[in-house]
Ligand binder design. Structure first.
Ligand SMILES: *Cc1c(COP(=O)(O)O)cnc(C)c1O
Length: 346
């Protein structure tokens, strides 16, 4: 498969905006080419590096992947939108999503006027490969797989990812926002070389504790990275975010401890919730949240809210009737949550 054949025709021929920094990237001592305020001090008066070279090189070391296979976005949400805009022709093309899953795939498709075919996950929240391939048409461009899946928390089996990546004739996006909480070796990053149509999304928003700086990562073939660079806004990752991420990347050991602690807290919370009267089931999780099936989700949700605790009611999603999604909090927050659950009388 040639990724460029999937690209929207008009995008092949457009020229990307050429920034001052792209047109001159050599050494100089006086920069009068970008209409910046030379009088201002503080480190933020200059436009940021549009291609985030330092940060991408650091991420390349961390992920043991060539820098040419890395794209950074204003959160992975930006990358989801860019992928749809690159490969899907509005009012004609289609994406496939696997509900229950992350809502942004649908929102980004809706905004871009792209059709969505939903193929529900099976009773174990795994993709139904046969049905997905059956739903593929000449206009199907992207398949979104989320692993560990939000809101169900489970990993998608490696063999199913492999089957889909090799048989799906469009772009396969594997969203690994929660991969740091899964067992080591669960990431599909090593599959990239094999599949030029595979895009893996990760983020600084979850395990890295940096949802506020908006930094998402996409790993893919050089062809796909080149396409994303061509259509992105020139300065999509701001200077503060780039600097802050470079600092955070020195704290790998701290992040590893957070992950370990979150997993311990998750399992503790899971055990305690299982004992609560109004709880029917707590699903296994490879992420930093739990999907909890209760007797009456709307009532429990409202009760928790009265106690000042906000969770996510996911009961509207297929296969998630009466399910609440709760994020693993601090030990104290989790105790408050369990206590509130216990006080609920249905
Ligand atoms: C939280 C989350 C993201 C992260 O999005 P950012 O824009 O990077 O904050 C992506 N995908 C899924 C499934 C998520 O739950």
């Amino acid at each position: 498969m040639n990724v460029n054949d999937l690209l929207r025709k008009h995008i092949k021929s457009i020229k990307a905006y050429s920034t001052a920094r792209a047109e001159f990237s050599g050494q100089a001592s006086v920069f009068l080419d970008a209409n910046e305020n030379a009088l201002a001090a503080g480190g933020y008066n200059r436009y940021p590096d549009p291609l985030q070279m330092k940060l991408r090189q650091r991420i390349a070391e961390l992920k043991k992947i060539d820098v040419g296979h890395i794209f950074l976005g204003n959160g992975s949400d930006e990358v989801i939108d860019l992928l749809i805009r690159a490969f899907c022709e509005p009012a004609r093309d289609q994406i496939i999503t696997l509900p229950p899953t992350y809502g942004m795939y649908q929102v980004a498709a809706d905004i871009n006027n792209i059709n969505i075919k939903e193929v529900a996950l099976d009773e174990n929240f795994q993709p139904d490969v046969g049905r997905i391939l059956n739903e593929m048409t000449a206009y199907t461009r992207i398949l979104f797989i989320c692993s560990p899946n939000n809101p169900t928390g489970n990993l998608v089996k490696r063999e199913l990812v492999l089957k889909l990546a090799s048989s799906f004739t469009g772009i396969v996006v594997l969203d690994e926002a929660y991969i740091d909480f899964a067992a080591p070796g669960s990431s599909a990053l090593s599959l990239l070389e094999q599949f030029p149509n595979l895009v893996i999304l990760q983020t600084f928003s979850k395990a890295w504790g940096l949802a506020g700086i908006r930094l998402g990562m996409a790993f893919a073939s050089k062809k796909i990275i080149t396409i994303l660079n061509k259509i992105k806004l020139p300065y999509n990752v701001n200077e503060f975010t780039q600097q802050h991420a470079l600092e955070a990347l020195k704290q790998e050991a701290l992040v590893a401890r957070w992950i370990e602690e979150t997993i311990v807290l998750r399992e503790l919370l899971r055990n305690e919730l299982t004992e609560v009267a109004c709880v029917r089931k707590v699903f296994d999780s490879d992420a930093n949240f739990l999907l909890v099936q209760v007797r009456d989700a709307a009532a429990v949700y409202a009760f928790l809210l009265q106690k000042g605790i906000v969770v996510r009611d996911r009961s509207g999603q297929p296969g998630c009737s009466d399910c609440l999604r709760v994020t693993v909090g601090t030990a104290q927050e989790n105790r408050s949550l369990v206590q509130a659950f216990k006080e609920f009388n249905d």
